[in-house]
Design a protein. Structure first.
Length: 205
């Protein structure tokens, strides 16, 4: 989706009139620079996320994990801030979309900030939990699109209404699943769960 949308936005930069697949894509096409600022770091965030949770990489390649963590957090911060702006600038589904984007983007940025704060205090378990929340929220947009299709096809809702509802459903679902996974794998409840210690010289993942 990032590649396809980037190709569409390239037409806008070249001065041609984009041909969006739907009016929602058209809203992004009117703001190509801001959209690219959102989706390109988003792609980096999605690619690096699984690597950050790989136990073997954390254990064997501590420096790689730490540097990827810096890029991961920086990309996530750009994604979160640009999402807040896009939610107001595009706002295709009205207040339902804007309020959902504002709420969950803020929660996403708070999760990233607390993850950094916890690892600087060498609280690895808490750092892991906040990273899981941030990653789950960051992936919610991948669930939102299918939900829009389901609501429009099965429930017969207009696209704009289905979009606004899908924002709330997708992000809420991902947050609930993240909390369930955190509760299931929490160290004190599951001693088998591996935790990688942070060297005393490390102040950031």
């Amino acid at each position: 989706m990032v590649v396809l949308r980037a190709l569409l936005l390239a037409e806008a930069f070249s001065g041609n009139t984009p041909s969006p697949a739907d009016p929602y894509d058209g809203g992004y096409a009117r703001h190509p620079g801001l959209t690219l600022l959102h989706i390109v770091p988003g792609l980096v965030f999605v690619i690096l996320g699984p690597l950050q949770f790989a136990t073997r990489i954390r254990a064997r390649y501590t420096n790689l994990h730490r540097w990827c963590g810096r890029i991961y957090v920086a990309s996530g911060a750009v994604v979160g801030v640009s999402a807040l702006v896009l939610g107001v600038v595009v706002g295709f589904a009205g207040s339902t979309e804007t309020t959902a984007v504002t709420f969950f983007s803020t929660l996403f940025l708070i999760s990233l900030g607390l993850a950094v704060f916890r690892i600087r205090r060498r609280e690895v378990a808490a750092h892991r939990e906040w990273m899981i929340r941030a990653f789950a929220l960051g992936l919610a947009v991948t669930t939102m699109r299918p939900m829009v299709g389901i609501l429009t096809a099965l429930a017969g809702l207009p696209f704009s209404e289905a979009l606004g509802i899908s924002f709330w459903l997708a992000f809420s679902l991902h947050l609930v699943l993240a909390e369930c996974w955190i509760s299931f794998t929490r160290t004190e409840r599951n001693p088998v769960s591996a935790t990688v210690s942070v060297p005393s010289t490390s102040r950031f993942p």
